[in-house]
Design a protein around this ligand. Structure first.
Ligand SMILES: [Fe+2]
Length: 343
């Protein structure tokens, strides 16, 4: 149920700053974020609350500079969540987008700390998918299982080279980074429903996080172009799977992960790239990833198109891209989205 997932203990009374709304109504007013995502020496464009004895108390006002002292105070009092008004969600998302890449790439911040930041940011995106994009019928258990896979993937990606690459990707185009985490959630949900091994789910999760890394080599002006691409621009975009593999040369990736990066634009009817592979020449987990990739892209607002509704996106995948996706995978995606129990 919305508002009852882990990390969303929003049932208490609120103070006067939010209009004195009490009890159950408060759960829709706030969302929770990890204190690590309130970065030191940055200016907040939103208010930050903490919860004390069941009440939301203003902790830092809008336009207040977050200082290391703020961070220390939170840490010393053992605060594991801070709260932001739902109406300021967009401000908060813009803030993370502006600062996250810099923090992830900052060599002065210990790798351990940066990996915690990466983890908190990914968790926030996963929570957003659960709150806003998946059916409310999905349970706490499914949520924590997916977070478990995020833990394992982030643990892997926290090794120096991978962290650097993810930071570079997030700073090149943050929407590619958030898309990668969203694809992670859909692909993991489908694979769980298909009951593949846990190892394969984790490998696909890592693959999802890295699948568009090659877009770092594509000019931002092309990635964010508001209209259709020219033939030449399309050719450049289509180099990203191969370039992504090249960026990962120094990472100890399994063949399953590499396949995600190299083959996620292949289509089972052979119209994809770079190889024009068909059918089962594309491994199952990559067929899952590519359906998740297209579904997420279509249901997210892009520079050149508005977001489709879930129903419309599935209709386009079925009717306008006939034979592109594995039928079992597609049916499982529909099942996941319709709120059927997936575990
Ligand atoms: Fe891609």
């Amino acid at each position: 149920m919305r508002g009852q997932r882990p990390g969303l203990g929003l049932g208490g009374a609120v103070n006067k700053d939010v209009g004195g709304v009490a009890g159950g109504e408060a759960k829709d007013l706030f969302f929770a974020v990890h204190p690590l995502l309130i970065f030191p020496e940055t200016l907040g464009t939103f208010k930050v609350y903490i919860k004390q004895a069941g009440r939301f108390v203003l902790y830092a006002g809008q336009g207040e500079l977050f200082t290391p002292r703020h961070r220390k105070k939170l840490h010393d009092s053992g605060v594991s969540e801070v709260y932001i008004l739902a109406q300021e969600r967009q401000n908060y998302q813009d803030y993370v987008e502006r600062h996250l890449p810099r923090i992830l790439a900052d060599e002065d911040v210990p790798v351990r700390e940066r990996s915690k930041v990466l983890h908190s940011a990914a968790t926030g995106i996963v929570q957003d998918v659960f709150d806003n994009k998946l059916p409310t019928g999905m349970t706490k258990r499914e949520y924590s299982r997916i977070l478990g896979f995020v833990d394992q993937a982030v643990q892997f990606l926290s090794k120096g080279e991978a962290l650097k690459q993810i930071a570079a990707l997030a700073s090149h185009d943050y929407s590619v980074y958030s898309h990668s985490v969203q694809v992670f959630v859909y692909a993991t949900a489908i694979l769980q429903a298909m009951r593949v091994t846990e190892e394969l789910v984790v490998a696909t999760g890592v693959g999802a996080m890295l699948h568009d890394l090659g877009k770092m080599a594509v000019d931002k002006a092309i990635l964010q172009k508001p209209g259709p691409l020219t033939m030449e621009e399309r050719r450049v975009v289509e180099t990203h799977p191969v370039k992504g593999v090249a960026f990962c040369m120094d990472m100890p990736l399994s063949s399953e992960v590499t396949a995600c990066i190299l083959l996620h634009h292949e289509r089972i009817n052979g119209v994809g790239y770079p190889g024009g592979l068909t059918g089962k020449d594309i491994p199952l987990h990559v067929r899952v990833l590519s359906a998740a990739d297209v579904y997420d892209a279509m249901t997210t607002k892009r520079p050149y198109a508005d977001a489709f509704s879930p129903f419309e996106a599935l209709r386009v995948m079925r009717d306008d891209m006939p034979g592109a996706f594995d039928l079992d995978v597609f049916k499982t995606l529909v099942m996941v989205l319709s709120g059927a129990n997936i575990v």
